[in-house]
Design a binder for this molecule. Structure first.
Ligand SMILES: C[S@@+](CC[C@H](N)C(=O)[O-])C[C@H]1O[C@@H](n2cnc3c(N)ncnc32)[C@H](O)[C@@H]1O
Length: 292
């Protein structure tokens, strides 16, 4: 089994596992927390695939930008019959050291190839500051296009602008917290107009202040609505310090402990933001029924 003794124990300490030659330290750090968001997001995308294709006149393929995609877990789950616990178990079965470099990539490719299944199709672009993670995700077929970019500090490249022009959905799982609105604003700045503007699906953590993102939606004529009828479990805190910090920040934002945490898990309301002009088409109630 992979050793967990040197792995991050707090959300603010994850930077060092985001861009290694091997994804196992990233997944092994999150494994004790039962991090579920890529699966929650993949499940939402599959559930709304058909109605969204129809509304967006996208044929049978939705173009998705997975923002801050890391090692491409969302694409892995969309294209394979595999669960998040199985992914955690697979990467947990090794003790990778930097000297091992990319020696597990071939075995990883075989693991996923044996589980390949894509009942509905997506064209998936991934954007991230972690170039090696993007290379890994592309090599394993989790992403069709990669954009090695920092959308907090800079506007999208010409290549990303072109991709965004036809993008149907922008999604994010587990990324930047209160810096997310900056990246989403840059994406909105160079996306199509009118009916071509993308929809967004994201999981706003309750220990983050989302007022500027909510302001952005209003300013750009978007409506943000809960996609599910119940909050979903995001992950468990990794330790006492992280738990205390999450509750403290949640409280400071006016959220009760029950709104932040249930059964030991941080809670999020999966959120769909789409242009007001699209907001009734299909009605949110129909998407919620599909999403379950
Ligand atoms: C918690 S990981 C989430 C990865 C993936 N979405 C998942 O759920 O497994 C956060 C990701 O955000 C990326 N990131 C951090 N700052 C970024 C930025 N300014 N622009 C794009 N990606 C960024 C990191 O490299 C990392 O891959």
């Amino acid at each position: 089994m992979g050793s967990t003794s040197n792995l991050p124990r707090h959300k603010d300490d994850f930077g060092r596992v985001y861009d290694l030659d091997d994804p196992s330290p990233y997944f092994n750090a999150l494994r004790p927390s039962d991090y579920r968001m890529p699966a929650v997001l993949a499940c939402a995308l599959k559930a709304i695939h058909r109605p969204v294709c129809a509304v967006r006149r996208a044929g049978d393929t939705l173009r998705v930008l997975d923002f801050a995609c890391g090692y491409g877990a969302v694409g892995a789950l969309l294209r394979h019959e595999v669960s998040m616990p199985e992914i955690h178990a697979w990467y947990g079965g090794r003790h990778w050291r930097p000297i091992d470099a990319r020696r597990h990539w071939e075995a990883d490719a075989a693991f996923f190839a044996a589980r390949r299944a894509e009942p509905v199709t997506f064209e998936i672009g991934g954007a991230d500051v972690a170039g090696v993670a993007l290379e890994y995700a592309a090599a394993l077929g989790f992403l069709d296009r990669t954009f090695h970019e920092n959308l907090v500090d800079e506007a999208p490249s010409e290549a990303l602008k072109l991709f965004l022009h036809g993008v149907d959905l922008v999604v994010e799982s587990g990324s930047l917290g209160d810096l997310l609105p900056i990246a989403f604003e840059r994406i909105l700045d160079c996306s199509g107009d009118g009916g071509g503007r993308p929809w967004f699906i994201y999981g706003p953590r309750p220990d983050v202040d989302w007022s500027s993102l909510n302001g952005l939606w209003k300013e750009r004529g978007y409506r943000a609505e809960g996609l599910g009828t119940e909050p979903v479990r995001y992950r468990k805190p990794l330790g006492a310090q992280e738990l205390a910090d999450m509750l403290r920040v949640g409280r400071a934002l006016g959220r009760s402990e029950e709104a932040v945490m249930r059964d030991g898990y941080l809670l999020v309301d999966m959120t769909l933001a789409r242009p007001e002009a699209d907001a009734g088409n299909p009605p949110i109630a129909r998407l919620r029924r599909n999403y379950g």
